[in-house]
Design a protein around this ligand. Sequence first.
Ligand code: BTN
Length: 265
Amino acid sequence: MPNSSDIDLLILQKTHSEANRKWRFLTETDSTNAEISRCLPDHPSEEGLVVIADSQTGGKGRQGRVWHSEPGTGIYISTLIRPNLPPEQLPILTLMAGLATAMAVNDFIPQPAQLKWPNDLLLNGKKVAGVLCEYHSLEIPAVIIGIGINVNQNQFPKDIKNIATSLKLESGTEINRTELIKNLITQLDHQYSELVENKIQALIENWTRHTDLFGKTITLNKSNQSITGKATRLDEQGRLVLINASGEEQAYDSGEVRIVTPTSE
Ligand code: BTN
């Protein structure tokens, strides 16, 4: 099918022409993450492969949710990496991809989007982007990093319109998706090479500069448990540290954050 999208693969190929970089553009697919996982058995070593779709019919979000993937407006992109990291360090990759997304997006809008641990990017309190990392335990582990960004949507379906927004809705300007993808891949490459060089502390500090979560009282929902506390920081493994009513600190490696009080005491 000819590419009738405004996403210009040739520009992307030209600006990111590293030897190991392969690009695929699809007008429609079920999910760009699923597309890469189908390639894995035949091409297990294709680190750097990037798959972009103009729309997804089964976009996957975290915790089995659906990622709304309207054609022609959002960015639906996945890339394959083969990190030399054990599965327990996967959370760091999610933080790394979220940070790269925040940095890429913030170059295009006047007020900065804020990271919400572990994988959300919020603009004016609504979700504008999300990250889904999927780990495949092969001889050399493979991680598919999937990123969805709401770019030029003018509206959202009823069930998510109070929690989702787009860069265009918040900034009032249409954004060039090719330019944003270009920036996103640059940021991802940079953050990933820092991680490979083991600069985890720098990543955590940079992530901290892109969130307004700390100091707020939050509820963390984690496998049928609901924990309330003040979010204070990320620890050296990227876990969220909460301080409870008795003043004790506890670090959490996963969960769903809901902000209870917007201001710190
Ligand atoms: C979330 O916030 O729940 C994660 C959303 C991740 C969505 C992206 S869109 C590109 C890639 N393909 C998918 O099916 N999901 C991710």
